[in-house]
Design a protein around this ligand. Structure first.
Ligand SMILES: NC(=O)c1ccc[n+]([C@@H]2O[C@H](COP(=O)([O-])OP(=O)(O)OC[C@H]3O[C@@H](n4cnc5c(N)ncnc54)[C@H](O)[C@@H]3O)[C@@H](O)[C@H]2O)c1
Length: 298
């Protein structure tokens, strides 16, 4: 017999009819309602050099655009060359500075080449945003070792690689910040059918805290953002019931990518100058509300 808690998560995760229509309607409504968060900036990152991984779409694209609009030169990585070229062109059209550097965050040689290129061209590095990530469904019973390994590679080792290969350059520039895009799935609740993602994101959060302790004394703050459900290629591709999941947050909707990007920029900026080894949940209250919703059902 299934527990009430298992039933709750099952209800929240299984594919449901009409989800496509639902998400298109919500997305359209939200887009129409919300202001643009990539409007002209205030030069907050003027003269700074920033690396954003996974910048060919979703949150990474918004982070790259926002950093550029705030005056930074942005080096953008992704495995999707076309998407990177599109974002690079958009930033340049807008008068910003962007460099596309296609690479896999798992590839350590590529990281070394990227850091050398940034050093050769700019002589400094101020901010790293480890945003690239993947998510493959699978439970403790069904997830293949191949899928587990790939998620651990990208979502965990990719973050480690970024911090490991970029930290010295940021220290040499007089200090700066690293922001890791983790997930509420990594620390707050046990999502059904997402064992590999939960494992990898939990590891990335642990690495964030450990690196913060190592690098804080050297002038580099390391923090994480824990997004809730965000409308991006990642969630569109997966067969989730987005109506069920958005119902599980107290704002009753999912985030737009720019709503996560603004928090990444905050943590990267001097506005967050005394925040280190921390994560900020940007989940519309989901991690708070879930407990209440679950309790109500017991
Ligand atoms: N979408 C969500 O609901 C959600 C929720 C919590 C956390 N996150 C995390 O937010 C981050 C951004 O995700 P998103 O929602 O923008 O999804 P997305 O799929 O739109 O963006 C992820 C980007 O990472 C790139 N990428 C994947 N593997 C890569 C690799 N090995 N090397 C370089 N680039 C790679 C993809 O090509 C893609 O452009 C991810 O780390 C994701 O795990 C997403």
């Amino acid at each position: 017999m299934k527990s009430k808690r298992a039933e709750f998560f099952e209800d929240a995760i299984v594919t449901g009819p009409g989800q496509r229509e639902f998400e298109e309607k919500v997305y359209a409504e939200q887009k129409a309602k919300r202001w643009s968060r990539v409007a002209k900036g205030t030069g907050k990152f003027e003269d700074q050099v920033v690396i954003v991984t996974g910048a060919a779409g979703g949150q990474g694209e918004m982070e790259a655009k926002m950093f550029a609009q705030q005056g930074a030169k942005v080096y953008m990585t992704d495995i999707k060359e076309d998407g990177l070229a599109r974002v690079e062109a958009a930033i340049k059209d807008d008068g910003g500075e962007a460099v596309a550097f296609p690479m896999d965050v798992v590839d350590e040689v590529a990281w070394q080449k990227l850091v050398k290129k940034v050093d050769d061209e700019c002589g400094r590095l101020d901010v790293l945003v480890n945003n690239a990530g993947i998510c493959v469904n699978g439970s403790i019973l069904t997830c293949s070792r191949e899928d587990l390994n790939r998620m651990m590679d990208v979502d965990c080792w990719g973050v480690y690689n970024g911090m490991h290969y970029c930290a010295q350059a940021i220290i040499d520039s007089g200090g700066g910040a690293i922001v890791n895009i983790c997930s509420y799935q990594g620390n707050h609740f046990g999502p059904g059918n997402l064992i590999g993602y939960a494992m990898a994101k939990a590891a990335a959060l642990g690495a964030t805290r450990a690196a913060a302790t190592d690098l804080g004394p050297l002038g580099v703050r390391v923090n994480a953002v824990n997004p809730g459900l965000v409308l991006s290629d990642m969630t569109l591709a997966r067969g989730q019931n987005r109506k069920g999941l958005s119902e599980a947050s107290s704002l009753k909707r999912y985030a737009l990518p720019e709503e996560i990007a603004t928090v990444a920029l905050f943590l990267a900026s001097d506005d967050a100058s005394f925040i280190n080894g921390e994560y900020i949940a940007v989940d519309g209250g989901a991690t708070t509300y879930l407990h209440l919703a679950t309790a109500d059902k017991q």
